[in-house]
Design a protein around this ligand. Structure first.
Ligand code: AMO
Length: 441
């Protein structure tokens, strides 16, 4: 029977079997020391030449006796540092080829393309594993935050017939004799479900044909979406987003201390209330702080995003800040225009440490108003008939938001490129393998 490595600590004198990968080998003539790694940790084993002859990362099954190390050989850095296994029986379950680079150093000193080209090897590095442990906690705590508020989880279609966010950044798919799109956002589905379920959320892939290679954009990303009805104001939507991200950050702080330490990362600091500011006011502040006149722009540039984050940090000691009230015409057709100033809408973005983490807002729930927008935005009502149906037959006032899971992970750990926070990142130049090396159709 297999014993997990972390369970060997208090089994001195026992004969056990462990299974794992060879993490390191140190040969001293006939005496060979190796560290064996499984999902729970590392254990030093002591064997002979047959152990020394194996290649790093080979998969082995080893039976032997657990014994205490001499105190002068204790290793405080290892959970199992006070014990070791004396090898009695060694089975090679799967040999590894010679590694293309050293994956056993504290830092993986390879370029991002190499790290991705050898993804199966880079996944074995503790720092790479830490990124996805943090991401798992982000996604799991997003779910738990919303379930605690009585939201219902749904799975959104991957193929869609319309482009809810507008723009050209969609992938077309040949669908029998027709053309459909890979889902750019579950937006219309989450909204229409509110007309039946009131409160819904989903963890889904979104696909964006982003025509440029940046450090913040993936063509396939994980979207953490929520939508709910019976709101009185957009502020309730903002508050739900705030509650959710605070829940997520608290959980990561609690469950990922070791992972954060590997990156020397601290959880973003958030005051009692995340500050929020209208786009135009933010632009005025940016102008006053930097002299850069962005006051007529419809969206903040990456530079503006960094500047407004700096301002929020200095003014409110907050690593997060909401920017609200974007020009109505430049945002998707479903966003609710502000009653006091319909030129601007009740949508918002959340920025953290200089990068956008979330978009959200109140949505139009009135059928006549949505039909006006459909016309103005040049949308074919036939393509969004299901969504329109939900408004025709009684839709409560609603709103919602979506976080990007990779963006949150990236910004918590201060990664310089969002690709590091995606298991299998796709961009203009890569779909697993580098496209420039592959045959293009
Ligand atoms: P938006 O397009 O801003 O909003 O997307 C929501 C969040 O998803 C993440 N994100 C991305 N992450 C990595 N690469 C990308 N190409 C990418 N695109 C988006 C970002 C972003 O804030 N329907 C609205 C949401 C809503 O209003 O509920 C929407 O899709 O973190």
């Amino acid at each position: 029977m297999r014993t997990l490595i972390k369970e060997t600590i208090d089994q001195t004198g026992q004969e056990l079997t462990i299974k794992g990968w060879i993490n390191s080998i140190r040969s001293y003539g006939k005496l060979v020391f190796a560290d064996i790694r499984d999902r729970s940790g590392l254990l030093q084993v002591v064997g002979g030449k047959d152990l020394g002859a194996l290649k790093l990362e080979s998969v082995v099954e080893i039976s032997g006796t657990i014994r205490s190390r001499d105190s002068k050989y204790f290793n405080d850095k290892l959970l199992t540092g006070k014990v070791e296994m004396e090898v009695k029986d060694l089975k090679l379950l799967s040999p590894a080829a010679k590694l293309p680079f050293d994956i056993h150093q504290p830092e993986l000193n390879v370029s991002l393309p190499v790290l991705l080209d050898y993804r199966t090897l880079s996944f074995r590095h503790p720092k790479v594993q830490a990124i996805f442990k943090v991401q798992e906690v982000v996604i799991d705590s997003f779910r738990r935050a919303l379930k605690a508020k009585d939201f219902f989880e749904f799975q959104s279609p991957a193929m869609i017939s319309s482009v809810p966010e507008g723009g050209a950044d969609v992938f077309k798919v040949k669908y029998f004799d027709y053309e459909v799109y890979l889902s750019q956002s579950p937006q219309l589905y989450k909204s229409l479900l509110v007309s039946a379920f009131e409160r819904v959320f989903s963890v889904n892939k979104i696909f964006r044909a982003e025509p440029s290679v940046t450090t913040r954009h993936l063509t396939e990303a994980i979207s953490l979406d929520a939508e709910f009805g019976f709101i009185d104001s957009w502020l309730e939507v903002k508050d739900m987003a705030e509650y959710t991200i605070k829940f997520i950050l608290t959980e990561v702080a609690d469950k990922c201390q070791a992972e954060l330490a590997l990156f020397d990362a601290t959880i973003p600091s958030v005051p009692d209330h995340i500050p929020f500011i209208k786009l135009r006011d933010a632009q005025q502040i940016i102008y006053e702080r930097t002299g850069r006149d962005c006051r007529q722009e419809k969206d903040p540039s990456p530079e503006d995003e960094r500047e407004i984050c700096k301002w929020a940090k200095e003014t409110y000691q907050s690593d997060l800040v909401f920017m609200t009230h974007y020009p109505t015409k430049t945002r998707p057709f479903y966003t609710y225009p502000d009653d006091a100033d319909p030129e601007y809408n009740q949508g918002f973005d959340l920025f953290g440490r200089g990068v956008e983490w979330l978009t959200g807002g109140r949505r139009i729930h009135d059928y006549a108003t949505i039909m006006e927008h459909v016309k103005e935005w040049g949308i074919d009502p036939q393509n969004i008939e299901l969504y329109l149906q939900s408004l025709r037959y009684g839709m409560p006032p609603l709103g919602g938001f979506a976080f990007g899971a990779e963006r949150i992970t990236m910004q918590i750990l201060n990664l310089s490129n969002v690709r590091e926070a995606s298991l299998f990142p796709r961009d203009m130049e890569r779909v697993d393998s580098r496209l420039s090396n592959a045959k293009k159709n």
